[in-house]
Design a protein around this ligand. Sequence first.
Ligand SMILES: [Fe+2]
Length: 315
Amino acid sequence: MAGYALNYLALAARDVEAACRFLGGSLGLERTDVALGGGTVPFFGVGRSAVALFDPYDPYLDEPQFPGVHHMALAAPDPAATAAAHSLTVTAEGAGPDGRRFVVIDPRETVGIRTRFIEPLDIPSADGPAYKIDHLGIATDDNDATVRVFSDNLGCPVESTQTDVEIRNVTESFVSDKYGAVYHSRPAEILGGLRDVFITIGDCELEMLMDYDPALKPRDGLGEEKGNTKGDQSAIAKFVARRGPGLAHVAFATRDIDALLPKLADDGWRMIDLEGRPGGRGSLIGFVHPSNFGGGLLIHFVEPQADGGYTAKFG
Ligand SMILES: [Fe+2]
């Protein structure tokens, strides 16, 4: 296989217990408690990788410690040699979950995407409504730099690229009882948008998200509306301004998003979306509200095009 595969994704939640109920209870992901630092950490197998849940101030997490998607760990049998082979600077190393050796890569060399190499953990996973990680959402201001790191240097393939824009078309009409009607269309106007690059890491992708054109913002109430393309641009720009570029959210693949989102609401989870809306790569997407987990941790679902996606609902 080309490049490296995601071994686990570290999520930090203020309310770890709620996040465990969400992943293990409502999504039915298989839980494995893995020994770390005298205690255990809950891991949830999903597809060919896993998500691990930490308190934001867990000593295993390097600075800065915050709720959200903290780091990704790529599988490498010899973590230190792997970092050296790619000329990446190691800022910390040690024995992690289940005693597996790991190294922490200087985030300044990975465009802010906190990355570790780790001796692979084998966390079992079961099929269910969330059958794998679809992608890790990454807020950047330089997609080309991420391609140089993860594709040119580490050898992970670019899966696809995409440009999303929200365009406003305005037509004026002038209707006279004596002189007839005149219709005048103004030039189309781009309100906002994103440039995406998808890079494969195992059975999921990194999704780099960058403003379509930073000079466009703010414009026409940009960011006041959730769930549209210009609102998404504003959300990415705000994330980069507040926290710098890096891991922003995690998305799980599901086969029927219009069944899953209302089911989660029935389970008592606060949802941003109750039905799928257009997302990247011909998919449908729907977001879970971060307040369920104490704030800061953003999760969404994806019904990929291969499972029906946008075409099945709107096509
Ligand atoms: Fe996403």
